[in-house]
Design a protein around this ligand. Structure first.
Ligand code: 1GP
Length: 263
């Protein structure tokens, strides 16, 4: 089994303590725009580009966007972040093979994954298994995936899901506050991180230096930002601020109890 991207991420995590990933939604971004975003994001110091979206994304659209990104870089991995099993691309380096663990519908927990697995095999994509938990406002993805977002005032439920994910064998946990929504609180991040050893990814509504620093110092290992690259007139400066927040947060990081051993 390929482990190139996983090892790249764990190696960088062990050295830098926290990373940034840029999310590009092919429904909102064409190939030319994707090239521009990738160029600026890499210049600002992003560690990987994620490609995917919840609605209106086809395989052809994903192919186009990734081919654009690949023109810019061969060194920064492109990781699929699929909203459905028919929006996969053979041009990606890896896939977040995600299960929406708190969906109310088994299709989003294991059905879509079963449909997509043979395609992942055929395209020879590296698999990064990911427990995806939707919290708080949840946003569009919570409607699409028929998920009742976990309540922020009940951190014990969120922690229990994250821990269960680790025990089942997922390699990463993602706390999703919903694209463009209110970010997950640092209290939740700190609490979840005190229970799990696998890397913790946090996304949804992160737009400022302060928020990035706060989440990372509380224990987040990877921050994902998407909306900001769609809205900003100066992608480089906006991402540079967030990545600076991540680096400064990493210096204060309370819990680095990560199992970052390469496999
Ligand atoms: C969405 O967590 C990601 O899946 C990114 O959220 O678009 O708010 O940055 P934003």
């Amino acid at each position: 089994m390929k482990r190139k991207v996983k090892n790249y991420l764990l190696k960088r995590l062990s050295k830098e303590k926290a990373l940034h990933m840029t999310l590009i939604d092919p429904e909102k971004t064409n190939r030319i725009e994707a090239e521009r975003i990738a160029k600026e994001a890499i210049r600002a110091g992003t560690s990987a580009i994620m490609v995917g979206g919840s609605i209106g994304v086809s395989e052809r659209m994903v192919d186009e966007v990734i081919r654009g990104i690949k023109k810019i870089t061969k060194n920064i991995p492109v990781i699929l972040f699929p909203g459905n099993p028919s929006a996969l691309s053979k041009y990606a380096d890896a896939i977040w093979f995600l299960s929406v663990l708190n969906s109310q519908n088994p299709y989003f927990i294991i059905g879509a994954q079963m449909q997509g697995a043979p395609i992942v095999k055929k395209y020879n994509l590296e698999v990064l298994s990911l427990a995806y938990l939707i919290l708080g406002e949840g946003g569009v993805v919570s409607y699409v995936s028929q998920t009742r977002p976990l309540p922020l005032e009940k951190p014990e439920i969120i922690v229990s899901y994250a821990l269960a994910a680790q025990y089942i064998g997922f390699n990463f946990v993602y706390l999703e506050g919903g694209s463009g929504g209110k970010p997950v609180s640092s209290t939740i991040v700190r609490y979840v991180k005190s229970f799990i050893e696998i890397p913790l990814i946090v996304g949804g509504g992160i737009k400022t230096y302060d928020k990035a620093k706060e989440l990372v110092s509380a224990g987040a290992d990877i921050l994902v930002t998407g909306t900001i690259v769609e809205e900003s007139n100066d992608i480089y400066s906006s991402l540079l601020e967030i990545i600076k927040g991540i680096k400064d947060g990493a210096l204060l990081k309370e819990n680095t109890g990560l199992n970052t051993k390469e496999t």
